[in-house]
Design a protein around this ligand. Structure first.
Ligand SMILES: [Fe+2]
Ligand SMILES: [Fe+2]
Length: 368
């Protein structure tokens, strides 16, 4: 959701301490603890420290997280890749559901199967917040982890499971089966977005679908969620760049998804609006955030999406009105959203960098 562009120093691998982890490392984790010589320019330790400390302001923790995501996702991998993954996973001990679900999201974007054990642990912990478990399941789907198919099918078919987890597992199974089946031959359409989506956009070569047809597929509750998501991401791609003639009709079609019976589906519409940052989405996002009968997971996503539109008049003031919301996940999302709004307004190039006033010396070189 948050912008991820970042410059990075080319530095040596950091120490892999487990300061925030209560559970002992698994065999897989131990395996990857490569020996190294830490230097004063290691980027990971200060980022890890900022991410894991409950004393760090939440917005700074998110910036640290997205910096770590950058290191964790570099392709080809660098000596910082695994330490960055472990640093992200270390923060799963936080009491903040918002932070933890974002950790899961980031691990799912790494394309690195070293993330899998951490995500499995979150998904399989029924005491964990449902939003975090949902994000862990989605991340396993994004990683295309065949080894998780059995677990994902199990949660999908468990009638006693929380609905957002069940539905997410259904989509994740669909995505993994697609990736290892028809997706091998299918060439998906190019997109402005680098995210690994829960479902791929439509295939290249399929006849051009009109926006009304995509809207029909999006809203067809009899279709599998995976197929509906494909229509959702196809509509997203028709709304970017924002001056495309199809952009406003595509945003309006997506906004109709806010009436869907599935909270998971509604939250994904808000997520897509966060990616698009299209002003035409503002009215529906405000209505969603303002509706205190709406699920907090959906309101949280609407708040963050509005944060990505923070340079639009009135949006920041509106967000401030929710700083004391009764739902913790909404309050925290507003804090992060206001930080993102600040980023948008100032035209900063790099969201995923801690502000210099944090005075972590290695980050000065990140910023430079
Ligand atoms: Fe989500
Ligand atoms: Fe979210």
């Amino acid at each position: 959701m948050a912008p991820t562009a970042i410059s990075s120093p080319n530095t040596k691998p950091p120490p892999v301490t487990k300061s925030c982890v209560t559970a002992p490392p698994t065999e897989t984790e131990t395996l990857f603890h490569a020996p190294h010589q830490p230097t004063s320019t290691d980027p990971i330790p200060p980022l890890r420290q900022a991410l894991c400390s409950e004393q760090t302001p939440l917005a700074h923790r998110f910036r640290a997280l997205f910096s770590l995501k950058h290191h964790a996702s570099l392709n080809p991998a660098t000596p910082d890749t695994l330490p960055a993954i472990y640093a992200i996973a270390s923060a799963f001990t936080s009491p903040s559901a918002l932070l933890k679900h974002e950790l899961a999201y980031c691990l799912g974007q790494t394309r690195n199967l070293a993330s899998v054990p951490f995500l499995r642990r979150v998904l399989e912990d029924r005491a964990e917040d449902a939003m975090c478990r949902h994000e862990a399941a989605e991340a396993l789907g994004a990683l295309g982890d065949v080894g998780s198919l059995g677990a994902l099918r199990g949660f999908r078919d468990d009638a006693g499971e929380v609905e957002v987890v069940r539905e997410t597992c259904e989509i994740a199974v669909g995505r993994i089966e697609w990736e290892h089946g028809i997706g091998r031959e299918e060439r998906v359409r190019g997109s402005d977005f680098t995210s690994i989506d829960p479902a791929p956009p439509l295939a290249q070569g399929t006849k051009e679908l009109s926006i009304p047809e995509l809207r029909r597929r999006l809203l067809d509750t009899k279709s599998p969620l995976f197929e509906r998501y494909r229509a959702m991401f196809a509509l997203r791609d028709l709304a970017s760049p924002p001056d495309l003639p199809t952009a406003v009709p595509a945003v309006e079609a997506l906004a109709d998804g806010f009436t869907d019976p599935s909270a998971l589906f509604r939250h994904e519409i808000a997520f897509v609006f966060g990616q698009l940052s299209h002003p035409a989405s503002i009215p529906s996002l405000i209505a969603t955030l303002s509706n205190n009968k709406e699920e907090s997971m959906v309101r949280h996503e609407a708040a963050e999406a509005l944060g990505s539109l923070g340079d639009e008049e009135g949006v920041e003031d509106l967000l401030r009105g929710f700083l004391d919301d009764p739902e913790q996940v909404v309050r925290e999302s507003v804090v992060v959203a206001l930080d993102m709004a600040e980023f948008e307004k100032n035209g900063e190039m790099e969201y995923a960098v801690l502000p210099e006033e944090q005075s972590f010396s290695p980050l000065a070189s990140v910023k430079a």
